[in-house]
Design a protein. Structure first.
Length: 259
């Protein structure tokens, strides 16, 4: 399959299935540098000990017994220059721009997500659009196709055992759904939606997630870390709220053709 055909297939899966995987989007050297940055931020989080802002990033921490757990670092680009550069990488912007139908875009999300062995971190079923529209008027689907793309870069292999992304294929076609419409027991601890699938991927793979796709994840039950670098982009005019983090909401422009 040619690169052009592969790209067309990726775009089709994103809108039809609600997610797609671009294999080997970043190489081993690039991934190694990002892992180093994640390791340094994780060590800093443990030093902080409590949820707080540090160097333009918002560290979200929890506790499991006597241990401090790092749930995520919101706008991690503020605390690490290398992660900041990844968020505006030409290949990433070119792909996001194609899915948004716009060379210009606003970067709303730059998050380091950690799932370390035994930390108990999980995410209940939700749509990303819920986080874009906290209050009426926060969000407008300006292109009628979601106006947002969430990219999840795997820094480790994502396996069936280490808390993989769970999605309901085709759920994006429902559009925005009230949260009560997917009250499956007690979140991930209760009943799961019918026909959900676990997304497995290799380190360096990039997962593209539609804002209306129903998804969640369970805790990491393996002995290996599962870390994701999440960057999210909206079409110009879609977002009307302020996000935490030094530099969040910045306007970017794709300067390369789609990879």
């Amino acid at each position: 399959m040619s690169a052009k055909d592969s790209l067309a297939q990726l775009e089709k899966e994103f809108f039809e299935t609600g997610y797609a995987v671009a294999p080997r989007f970043f190489d081993d050297r690039e991934i190694s540098e990002m892992r180093d940055a994640f390791d340094r931020l994780h060590a800093q989080a443990l030093k902080l000990g409590l949820t707080q802002t540090w160097r333009g990033s918002f560290f979200v921490l929890g506790r499991r017994g006597e241990n401090v757990n790092v749930h995520r670092i919101v706008w991690c680009a503020g605390a690490d220059e290398r992660l900041e550069r990844v968020g505006r990488h030409p290949r990433l912007l070119a792909l996001a721009g194609r899915l948004l139908g716009s060379k210009e875009m606003d970067q709303l999300i730059s998050q380091a997500h950690y799932k370390m062995p035994g930390d108990g971190v999980s995410f209940d079923w939700h749509q990303d659009v819920q986080h874009r529209e906290k209050r009426p008027g926060d969000w407008v689907d300006v292109n009628g196709r979601g106006a947002y793309v969430q990219t999840l870069l795997c820094l480790d292999d994502m396996t069936a055992e280490n808390g993989p992304l769970l999605v309901v294929p085709g759920s994006a076609k429902r559009g925005r759904v009230q949260s009560g419409a997917f009250n499956y027991g007690e979140g991930m601890r209760g009943q799961s939606p019918d026909s959900h699938v676990a997304v497995t991927a290799r380190a360096g793979d990039l997962i593209l997630l539609h804002p209306y796709t129903l998804h969640g994840s369970r805790p990491n039950e393996s002995r290996h870390a599962r870390r994701l670098f999440v960057n999210g982009y909206s079409a110009p005019g879609a977002n009307h709220r302020l996000y935490p983090g030094l530099g969040s909401g910045r306007r970017l422009r794709a300067t390369e053709e789609t990879p």
